[in-house]
Design a protein around this ligand. Structure first.
Ligand SMILES: Nc1nc2c(ncn2[C@@H]2O[C@H](COP(=O)(O)OP(=O)(O)OP(=O)(O)O)[C@@H](O)[C@H]2O)c(=O)[nH]1
Ligand SMILES: [K+]
Ligand SMILES: [Mg+2]
Length: 444
């Protein structure tokens, strides 16, 4: 039997142990599974209490059972939900009982959503939005994901696709008309006008968007600098807890330490690294190597220095802010901009907290620019942006090549429609589906 026709089950709630755990079952066997385990069929969509029994008639748990007959269910198939007590042994007993049925197996990550997608319950942008919503840590990520889940991008893309197909139908009708020679201009002109306005519309969405698909991955800020300048003290201050060891001993931090922060709704990862210096200690050398690597990959580097230190050499393309620490030790006032310095310069005391509000304010404003200011951003992922860009390019090309022949223009329009089809998950997507759904949680 094809894996797709098998019945799947998974824990859909959080990690056990928990007060309640929800196990979902989807597929052709779901109905049989419910009636055997619960001893009867619950009324559809009504919470029903039942003592669950395995096939050996031993009781499993006192549960609440829900039955959603397909196709009006989350996946489009028959779906059962078992709300059981969230103990590990309870779940193990239930999983054993489920797996004992023929053609019933544990679900792969994302398999429920994939079935929903394959049964037309949601388009690919909505499926991606669902995944993002589950993984959203901050308020802005949540709002962005919800827009996707509500299908705002999908709705626009469907409309664009239909209009492209209509324009290309006009051109193709023109081609059919002209047995020999030219296609009548009165057919081509309105089609071209449509294509042009469509292209501008999609361009506007791309432009208005800023970079809000970056919300998924977050902003990476690396704290780097020489040993003992107070890098770990600063990350502890930003995290408001002791994530890194602070000591007067130079070379304390060797591993890369990460904390996730919610800065004004923006997801920011701050990393503390080993102090960068020449050293004979192989462990510290490795720490320094990793520190350089992470600083090179970061989106922003806070180069910490004390006294009169300057920014050290590094290879990354990211902006570097010089942050002078330990201003409590000298007479320098907080946030005195360095003379002739192009990069922002901050004076702080990580130990006492002086200058930190200003530094955090600057970070929020950096995040604001980095993620784009648009609240109405429709694009949630780089994949979506890329396909929209391809659509715009094909539309532009169709306008360019129309002089050379209507067939060429029609071909470009087909390409544009294809890109939007991919965006929605309607064309040749098997390969990307595997990639996308694999990232999902099990039970989703
Ligand atoms: N006076 C003063 N001391 C500080 C300040 N920030 C950190 N220190 C001290 O400087 C020393 C080094 O601090 P760390 O945070 O461990 O420095 P680091 O840059 O992480 O050091 P490595 O991990 O070894 O590279 C500790 O003794 C801290 O207490 C500050 O703002 N003022
Ligand atoms: K130290
Ligand atoms: Mg340190």
């Amino acid at each position: 039997m094809h894996p797709r026709d098998q019945t799947i089950f998974a824990l859909s709630s959080g990690r056990p142990p928990s007060a309640i755990a929800i196990v979902r079952v989807s597929g052709p066997m779901a109905e049989t599974v419910v009636s055997r385990l619960a001893g009867r069929m619950p009324v559809p969509r009504m919470a029903t209490r039942a003592l669950l029994h395995g096939q050996d008639q031993r009781p499993i748990d006192d549960a609440v059972v829900l039955w959603f007959p397909g196709p009006a269910s989350a996946t489009g198939e028959g779906v059962a939900e078992f709300h059981v007590h969230g103990g590990r042994a309870v779940l193990a007993a239930l999983f054993n009982a489920l797996a004992a049925f023929e053609n019933v197996r544990a679900a792969e990550p994302g398999e429920f959503t994939r079935r929903a997608f394959e049964n037309g319950k949601l388009d690919l942008t909505e499926a991606e939005g669902l995944d993002d919503l589950i993984h959203a840590d901050t308020e802005r990520q949540r709002r962005q994901a919800l827009r996707q889940l509500k299908g705002l991008l999908g709705d626009r893309a469907r409309d664009w696709r239909e209009r492209i197909i209509a324009a290309s139908a006009l051109i193709e009708a023109g081609i059919d008309f002209s047995d020999e020679g030219d296609v009548p201009a009165e057919l081509i002109a309105p089609a071209l006008a449509k294509v042009e306005s469509l292209r501008d519309e999609i361009r506007n969405v791309l432009a208005a968007q800023g970079q809000s698909e970056r919300l998924r991955d977050g902003l990476v800020v690396a704290i780097a600098g020489p040993p003992n300048v107070g890098k770990s003290t600063l990350i502890n201050q930003l995290a408001r807890r002791d994530v890194a060891i602070v000591s007067p001993h130079a070379g304390t931090t060797r591993d890369v330490i990460e904390v996730q922060l919610d800065l004004d709704g923006y997801p920011v990862t701050v990393i503390d690294t080993a102090g960068i210096r020449e050293t004979d200690d192989p462990v510290e050398q490795e720490g320094v190597r990793r520190a350089r690597l992470r600083a090179d990959e970061a989106d922003l580097v806070l180069w910490l220095a004390d006294g009169a230190g300057e920014v050290g050499a590094h290879d990354g393309a990211a902006p570097v802010w010089l942050v002078r620490n330990k201003i409590d030790l000298d007479a320098m006032r907080p946030n005195e901009p360095g003379e002739g310095s192009v990069r922002p310069e901050f004076g702080i005391s990580a130990a006492r907290g002086d200058g930190l509000p200003e530094l955090i304010k600057a970070l929020v404003s950096f995040a604001h620019d980095y993620f784009g200011t648009s609240e109405g951003g429709l694009i949630g992922r780089a994949r979506q942006r890329k396909l929209l860009q391809e659509t715009v390019e094909s539309l532009s090309r169709s306008l360019d090549v129309i002089e050379l022949g209507e067939e060429l223009a029609a071909e470009e329009l087909r390409r544009a429609a294809m890109s939007l089809g991919r965006l929605l998950g309607r064309v040749d997507v098997e390969d990307i589906l595997d990639v996308i759904f694999r990232e999902f949680c099990v039970g989703k």
